[in-house]
Design a protein. Structure first.
Length: 347
């Protein structure tokens, strides 16, 4: 009996140690930069350490499959005159979808080097900010600023072949001046059939749906809000309960008051972290994969910051300016910015 109890204790101890992740201390990072002239890149999709796709402001859809040695680019024009300014990019497992800001809104499917317009919308207020697919790669969602008194949300349930806009009667009402930010394509997060969307401006709130966007709830946050450039610019969730948001005031990027918050109940309630402490304004926040939600990176025009305690405290690890970051694994990430792509490797 004593031997059996000893075996049980050893197994329990082994499992506990295996699941107890020890966060790293990172004080600086090295980034390899790839110059991309005449384009601003806010939306990227990473496949692996060698493969990255991006969508840029000059109607450009580019990619590398050999760690940046060779880049291929497709340039898109609408009716041979309008150059789409892309800030949103998503993949459904097979095809890519790039969505432009401004009027008209243009959503293209890119497949085998060819582009096809699958959705367009004309309205003087139209401005789409982000796009994502759900894990099933059949359902997809894109979000934009209000053209009426609710968020502009379009959905697909056929892997992107067709897209339809949700009527305001099925969405929470927005305050005057509440909208979204097309900063990094990361104000949408999907897990399973659940999606979260973060707003800014006069209000900084979280819209949440647990059924692929069919029904919605909306929750308040303590993030700075009240006028146009204030609010949530980015979010990430490590699971359906634990998430983080970041943003601030774009017009006052050095301020760090009420610009970071976490949730432990799926987005219903939020608690400020590192309030009044750096990092200041950031446009993208991402959990590092396979670190039990402890390691987090945040990037923006004010530099790159790192947390190893789920956002409670932070260190600046680079002054390089980037809009967005996406991880391949716990040691490798791709970044994008103004006229550049970056490759970050943690040793």
């Amino acid at each position: 009996m004593q031997r059996i109890l000893l075996y049980i204790i050893i197994i329990v101890f082994y499992v506990a140690c295996k699941n107890d992740y020890l966060p790293r201390n990172i004080s600086s990072v090295t980034i390899k930069e790839f110059k991309k002239d005449s384009t601003s890149i806010r939306a990227i999709h990473v496949i692996d350490e060698n493969t990255l796709f991006y969508a840029g402001s000059n109607g450009d859809i580019g990619y590398t499959k050999d760690n940046g040695s060779i880049w291929n680019t497709l340039f898109i024009k609408y009716k041979n005159s309008i150059i789409p300014h892309f800030r949103s990019l998503a993949k459904n497992g097979k095809d890519y979808f790039a969505l432009s800001i401004g009027n008209p809104a243009l959503l293209y499917k890119i497949s085998d080097g060819e582009s096809t317009l699958v959705y367009s919308e004309k309205n003087e207020k139209v401005f789409y900010d982000a796009i994502q697919f759900f894990e099933d790669n059949i359902h997809g969602i894109a979000v934009g600023d209000p053209t009426e008194d609710c968020a502009s949300i379009i959905l697909t349930a056929d892997a992107g072949k067709t897209w339809n806009k949700i009527s305001c009667e099925f969405l929470p009402k927005f305050e005057e001046g509440e909208a979204f930010f097309a900063a990094s394509n990361t104000n949408i997060k999907t897990i399973g059939s659940t999606v979260w969307i973060a707003s800014g401006g006069t209000k900084a709130r979280i819209l949440k749906s647990e059924d692929f966007g069919q029904t919605w709830q909306i929750f308040e946050t303590p993030i700075i809000q009240g006028n146009g450039p204030q609010g949530i610019y980015s979010m990430d969730f490590v699971d359906k309960n634990n998430g983080i948001v970041i943003g601030g005031d774009y017009s006052k990027p050095l301020e760090n008051k009420a610009n970071k918050a976490i949730t432990k109940d799926g987005g219903k309630t939020w608690k400020l972290v590192a309030d009044g402490k750096n990092p200041n304004y950031k446009s993208c926040v991402q959990f590092v994969p396979n670190t039990n939600g402890q390691e987090v990176f945040a990037v923006g025009k004010t530099g790159i910051s790192f947390s190893n305690d789920a956002g409670a405290t932070w260190k600046e690890v680079s002054k390089d300016s980037y809009y967005t970051i996406k991880f391949v694994d716990k040691n490798t990430a791709w970044l994008s910015g103004n006229e550049k792509i970056g490759k970050l490797v943690l040793e």
